[in-house]
Design a protein around this ligand. Structure first.
Ligand SMILES: [Zn+2]
Length: 175
């Protein structure tokens, strides 16, 4: 399934412009920016969230019919980097060096490309959610999900992404 078809299959017959509602959903996939003046940065972050991951998240929500948590900073929670991750996740300012210093690995993470989310589904364990993906692989591949993280590496969240794998099965990654 190509990109256009995927958009069409989740829309109403033809590609639509991003609605207010979809933008609101995409907001759950960007980090919080508390300081005034950085609202602009947050708006820019939305440019990096692949619309396919937003549609897929909505598809998952409807599939399970339960509430799904990606980031929750908007409601006062602490989840901030479970969707798109900008440089602030990877670098911090070191005043001794007068330079940004790397604080984490994973700079080629799909989160950095706006193509990954980490989430929880209320009432289900992470393993139950992953099992559902693996049980109905064809359906999920069709919906655009290509990759999940192995449960041993993601005990309290479910990581999914839409990277290109060229595979006809879900890729279970051990990062
Ligand atoms: Zn992740």
């Amino acid at each position: 399934m190509d990109h256009e078809e995927h958009c069409r299959s989740s829309g109403k017959g033809r590609p639509r412009r991003t609605s207010q509602n979809q933008r609101e959903k995409a907001r759950e996939s960007v980090p919080r920016r508390a300081r005034k003046g950085l609202a602009e940065a947050q708006r820019v972050f939305l440019w990096f969230v692949d619309p396919k991951i937003v549609s897929l998240a909505q598809y998952i929500r409807e599939y399970f019919g339960k509430s799904m948590t990606i980031n929750n900073w908007n409601g006062g929670g602490s989840f901030n980097y479970r969707g798109f991750r900008d440089d602030s996740f990877y670098y911090k300012w070191d005043s001794d060096l007068s330079a940004y210093k790397s604080k984490r690995k994973g700079k080629l993470s799909q989160h950095r490309m706006g193509r990954a989310i980490d989430f929880n589904i209320s009432g289900l364990t992470c393993d139950e959610v992953r099992d559902e993906f693996l049980k109905n692989e064809a359906q999920w591949l069709e919906a655009g999900l290509t990759t999940i993280e192995d449960g041993a590496y993601a005990p309290t969240w479910v990581h999914i992404d839409i990277r290109y794998t060229g595979k006809d099965s879900i890729f279970v990654v051990k990062p």
